[in-house]
Ligand binder design. Structure first.
Ligand code: ZN
Length: 278
């Protein structure tokens, strides 16, 4: 079983298309960790593109605010402006669908896995450090919890008393030499695979498809693979399924995505930050 793990698409259609093209043929299911909309200029297009493809989705805090389930009062002014614009731009059908999304954590069919937007203990909480990861890793009985919300690819693991931060060994593209640089950056795709040892608990963030904040502008995603133990293993000596995660970065049509944000009249900062990856 192979799952394409997506998170924080944030209405960036160009990034989503690049991810779907790069991952084609490499997955059986799509699990979406939320924040499909908010910030970007293509909320309807993103919802309509991804909705029929995914087999699991949890809501994100931006989905919740953009569809009107909760107010935008807790958001910073730029996020609030984008959320209110998104609420106006979304079709009735897409608004209703966003309202119906389940709160995480949600369990896929694969045993030992959970999917959440923020912390599995609180959908609004950011897991940015070992300190943040400690509670969820202690309290979750699952081998792997996928989460998003921070827009930072990587994660955390715990084996007994050992705690680790996971940083995918993917080099960042060379930073721009000028803050006034315009046009499409030239970077190539990259990936890195991590085997998830049995007996270790993991919190894994696939990174953000549509608004990365780890100083890499390329769209981020991950592919999770679960290989069943050999069929001849009896119940007594059955080995746990072998899990691995491949982290990916792919370039996308950044300039078009920025153009949609500017044409929509959304704050310029939302376009600029896509190039900076933060
Ligand atoms: Zn987000």
């Amino acid at each position: 079983m192979r799952a394409l793990i997506l998170s924080d698409i944030h209405a960036n259609l160009e990034a989503l298309e690049a991810v779907l093209a790069a991952a084609e043929g490499q997955y059986d299911e799509i699990w979406n960790l939320g924040d499909l909309v908010g910030y970007g200029g293509s909320p309807n297009q993103v919802v309509e593109r991804i909705r029929p493809l995914q087999s699991l989705v949890v809501r994100g805090n931006h989905d919740r605010v953009c569809c009107g389930l909760t107010s935008a009062n807790g958001f910073n002014p730029v996020a609030r402006t984008a959320a209110l614009w998104t609420r106006e731009a979304l079709s009735e059908t897409n608004l209703d669908w966003l309202k119906s999304l389940p709160q995480g954590p949600v369990e896929p069919d694969t045993a030992g896995i959970l999917c959440a937007h923020g912390s599995p203990l609180d959908e609004d909480k950011y897991i940015l450090s070992i300190r943040d990861a400690w509670g969820p890793l202690q309290q979750m009985s699952t081998r792997v919890t996928f989460f998003g919300h921070t827009h930072i690819q990587g994660g955390f693991s715990q084996h007994g008393h050992q705690w680790h931060e996971l940083h995918p060994a993917i080099g960042r593209p060379r930073p721009s030499t000028s803050t006034r640089d315009q046009g499409q950056p030239r970077s190539s795709a990259a990936s890195w695979t991590l085997k998830l040892e049995a007996g270790t608990r993991h919190l894994i963030n696939p990174g953000s498809v549509g608004q990365p904040r780890d100083f890499d502008w390329r769209a981020a995603f991950a592919i999770f693979t679960a290989e069943a133990p050999p069929a001849d293993a009896t119940a007594d000596d059955a080995a746990p399924a072998e899990f691995s995660v491949t982290f990916h970065r792919v370039p996308y049509d950044l300039v078009s995505s920025q153009g949609r944000i500017l044409m929509a009249g959304l704050p310029e900062r939302l376009a600029a930050r896509l190039r900076e990856g933060r």
